[in-house]
Ligand binder design. Structure first.
Ligand SMILES: CC[C@H](O)CC(=O)C(=O)O
Ligand SMILES: [Mn+2]
Length: 337
């Protein structure tokens, strides 16, 4: 059975669920526990990647540099990773991240926009880091389109390319179809990142590895945007049970989850609105923005999410959530003070 690499993104995707309010000290504690458990790659930044801390996405409790340095100081074996969305984070942010200890860049684009990653991938290679291409909202297009965009990333130097189920909208048969097709056309390894909005994150991740993915994401206790991600400690148990080789200690990864637990702001559950994220195919990180808009305009968050799904809005359009809610409230004649 193949060896599966796990990249843990508790300290990046988990930031969405924490409204980006982890402290550097908390990150250092969790990072040390993940390292001790044998996690290969630990991703750290604002939930929306380098320079995500902003009015648009929400301000973090510290700078990316402070977070990265705090975690880097605790690592003995794991590689430190940073996510970047070209145009949000800049090449300058990448240079600062490398000085802070980053060894892996995960470069994220909408699934049809891989061409915007060329410059950032080039710089990442030049600085000697590993490069991961991250094709977000992969549920919105067919396998051929994903393959075309993944091949672009491969040509820019990506060492791994991910199918990213940002909306937690995919079902196992779709994961299998898309991942196996990608494996058949790429030379580099294929990765998979799941969200649990339909309760399928662990199942979809297993479907991905069965289809040939050899790099997968997880977060402790599933902490992440929407209903969260694939739960790392559950995934380790499931992969080991299925016979895959995983370089991680099961008890120690469970202990890392125990370290995280008291820091969590709310239980990571599949609430009603999270189900709608998956059902309507809406970006998971819109959940908390939608709750705020629903409260402001006295609307049911599920109605807003269904409308966002109809309008096919993508990452970066967080401000548009308020516009949509305002429009819906006006139609319902709701007075907003
Ligand atoms: C950049 C924001 C986003 O959270 C990236 C990601 O994890 C996803 O698309 O699922
Ligand atoms: Mn995600």
């Amino acid at each position: 059975m193949p060896h599966i690499r796990i990249m843990d993104t508790t300290l990046r995707d988990g930031m969405h669920a924490m409204a980006h309010q982890f402290t550097p000290e908390q990150m250092a504690q969790v990072g040390a526990a993940l390292d001790e458990a044998g996690v290969d790659v630990i991703e750290v930044t604002h939930g929306d990647g380098l320079a995500g801390s902003s009015f648009q996405y929400g301000f973090a409790a510290a700078t990316d540099e402070e977070y990265l340095k705090a975690v880097a100081a605790t690592l003995k074996r794991a590689k430190l990773a940073a996510l970047i969305l070209p145009g949000i984070g800049t090449c300058e942010d990448m240079r600062t991240a490398v000085k802070a200890g980053v060894k892996v860049f995960r470069i994220a684009t909408h699934v049809t926009e891989a061409d915007v990653s060329e410059e950032h991938m080039g710089l990442a290679k030049e600085m000697g880091t590993e490069v991961v291409g991250f094709l977000m909202m992969s549920h919105t297009v067919g396998k051929e389109k994903i393959a075309e965009q993944a091949k672009l990333m491969e040509s820019y130097g990506a060492d791994v390319v991910y199918v990213v189920d940002s909306a937690g909208a995919m079902i196992p048969s779709e994961v299998k179809e898309k991942v196996s097709y990608l494996c058949s056309v790429l030379k580099v390894p294929v990765g998979f990142h799941a969200h649990n909005n339909l309760g399928l994150a662990v199942g979809n991740t297993l479907a991905a590895v069965d289809a040939g993915a050899t790099v997968v994401d997880g977060t402790l206790r599933g902490l992440g945007a929407g209903a969260g991600n694939t739960c790392t400690e559950v995934l380790v148990a499931a992969l080991k049970k299925a016979g895959y080789k995983v370089d991680m200690d099961l008890y120690k990864i469970m202990d890392a989850a125990t370290t995280l637990e008291p820091m969590m702001r709310r239980p990571q559950v599949i609430d009603n609105s999270s189900i709608i994220l998956g059902y309507a195919g809406v970006y998971s990180s819109f959940l908390l923005h939608t709750y705020r808009a629903a409260e402001k305009f006295r609307l049911d968050p599920r109605d807003i999410l269904l409308e966002l799904g109809r309008r096919k809005i993508v990452g970066g359009q967080e401000d548009y959530i308020l516009d949509v809610a305002y429009e819906m409230a006006q139609k319902k004649n709701i007075m907003v003070g």
